[in-house]
Design a protein around this ligand. Structure first.
Ligand code: C5P
Length: 227
């Protein structure tokens, strides 16, 4: 029996986790799992169905009757498949970004997500990014990182990302939403954003993506894996 390897990258919004996780997955030749995309996909479904987002029971039932697939090939955008439909773009709207909070704060929904994420990691080695991967989902992960950056830098990265996609950006509103999302992620009772005690803290404020990935590769190498 072969065992899979998991690398976790947790941290606040806009720290560059997905970009770094994708690049690291490529370097290690393993899969990439964007857990935020999973919370977002379920949010899309809840909004379309007009489920009362305050109704925990309804959200949990919805999670149980949902199938989410993440398809990723290096060099191509991540494809997020919700019950067979590609929702890769639908999950990135501002409304979904702000409403994901309701899904993420519901313990029963998090249980379902954690189960799916462990299943994925049971099938193949991967680099995953999220908020609770090193603490809750994969406490035994081979390598754990916590990626942070100055809040102004994180805001600016998100602004640049949206502009690059041709979207209009209200900079003040974006900075406010990002700070609010951090607050919600840090303070929720179940699966809050938290650095695992054994995670390596990386401040990417003045670093390029390549530099962050290189630092992670060096750490993994120095801990026994050939990269
Ligand atoms: O990473 P991303 O910004 O796409 O995540 C969207 C939201 O999903 C986060 O603000 C957070 O509330 C939630 N999330 C979570 N646990 C994870 C990943 C994301 O609660 N492991």
């Amino acid at each position: 029996m072969t065992t899979t390897m998991v690398v976790t990258i947790d941290g606040p919004a806009g720290a560059g986790k997905s970009t770094v996780a994708k690049a690291l997955a490529r370097r290690l030749d393993v899969a990439f799992m964007d857990t935020g995309a999973m919370y977002r996909a379920l949010t899309v479904k809840a909004l379309r169905r007009k489920v009362n987002l305050e109704d925990e029971g309804a959200l949990i039932s919805l999670a149980h009757e949902t199938h989410i697939d993440l398809l990723y090939e290096p060099g191509r955008p991540l494809q997020v498949i919700l019950d067979g439909e590609d929702v890769s773009e639908a999950i990135r709207t501002q409304e979904v970004t702000n409403k994901t909070y309701f899904i993420a704060r519901t313990p029963g929904v998090r249980e379902v997500m954690v189960h799916w994420q462990r299943e994925m990691a049971g099938r193949r080695s991967l680099v995953g990014d999220g908020r609770d991967l090193g603490t809750v989902v994969f406490p035994q992960a081979a390598y754990k990182f916590y990626l942070d950056a100055d809040v102004k830098v994180r805001s600016q990265r998100r602004i640049d990302e949206l502009r690059a996609k041709g979207q209009a950006v209200d900079e003040m509103a974006l900075a406010r939403d990002l700070a609010e999302r951090d607050r919600q992620d840090f303070t929720r009772k179940v699966g809050p954003l938290k650095k695992a005690d054994d995670a390596i803290f990386v401040d990417s404020t003045g670093m390029s993506v390549d530099e962050v990935v290189e630092l992670m590769v060096q750490h993994i190498r120095s801990n026994g894996r050939r990269v």
